[in-house]
Design a protein around this ligand. Structure first.
Ligand SMILES: [Zn+2]
Ligand SMILES: [Zn+2]
Length: 259
């Protein structure tokens, strides 16, 4: 018991100083040494330079996995321009990112994908906070206002009890992650359809960026890109555009920031 108290005391000491990067590193090393690695996944995200939303702004896209990166980036830039018009100065391609060997396995949950198409094997899912921390660091490094990761890894929410997400946004840290695995027809044992896959990815990217701009709530209008989707069919059903109500909310932002 006293040994445990000693660990706890030291961890509290580091936790209270997490706003400094070096204490985050110290904590990471310490929990690794003590052998309570899973503890670290519960730790709050560290954002030494929190961003206030000021518009228009610069946004970066980071890729994690094998993608037709150039094509996808160009298409997303095009769609962000179509939907959000003058909200972004630049959409910067930040290239590829890979988790270190140590980070790769951290926080993994193995779950079956339950759907009518019956997947039986367990799939390793990654917590969204793993992506958020990388995104926060990159956002600061590249002096960006908001940032998005596109990954082929399946994800689960670190915030809510949700698994196999298409994407998630962290409003406070101005970052979001979109996972592509479930957007692929092959995942459902259907024939590969690159065009459909890319359109789904673009819709989900526009949707998550929409959360950073418009907030947490989903739109109830059927065809609006801000409608919540829990299946690919729902993604296919909605359009890539904002409904008039959501457009009005953008207008309010435009007026507030005077552009
Ligand atoms: Zn959403
Ligand atoms: Zn809407």
């Amino acid at each position: 018991m006293s040994r445990f108290r000693k660990f706890e005391k030291k961890i509290r000491h580091y936790l209270n100083r997490l706003s400094e990067i070096r204490f985050k590193e110290k904590l990471r090393n310490y929990v690794g040494r003590v052998g309570i690695l899973s503890f670290f996944d519960e730790v709050e995200l560290v954002d030494p330079h929190p961003k206030k939303l000021i518009l228009p702004c610069n946004i970066g896209i980071l890729f994690c996995g094998n993608f037709k990166k150039k094509e996808i980036h160009e298409n997303i830039v095009q769609q962000l321009e179509n939907v959000y018009d003058s909200f972004f100065f630049n959409v910067i391609d930040l290239g590829n990112f890979k988790f270190s060997k140590k980070m790769e396995s951290k926080g993994i949950k193995r779950e079956k994908y339950r759907s009518k198409r019956n997947h039986t094997e367990k799939i390793p899912l990654h917590p969204t906070n793993k992506f958020y921390q990388v995104l926060i660091d990159k956002r600061i490094e590249h002096k960006l206002d908001m940032i998005m990761a596109i990954t082929n890894l399946p994800i689960y929410s670190s915030e809510e009890n949700l698994i196999f997400l298409f994407g998630e946004t962290h409003l406070e840290h101005k970052c979001c992650v979109v996972s592509s695995l479930l957007l692929k027809e092959q995942f459902y044992n259907e024939k590969k359809n690159e065009k459909l896959f890319q359109l789904r990815l673009e819709k989900e990217a526009v949707h998550e960026i929409g959360h950073i701009l418009l907030g947490r709530n989903h739109c109830q209008n059927d065809a609006c890109v801000m409608r919540k989707s829990t299946t690919v069919e729902e993604i296919d059903f909605k359009s890539i555009h904002l409904c008039p109500e959501c457009m009005d909310k953008l207008e309010i932002l435009r007026n507030r920031y005077n552009f």
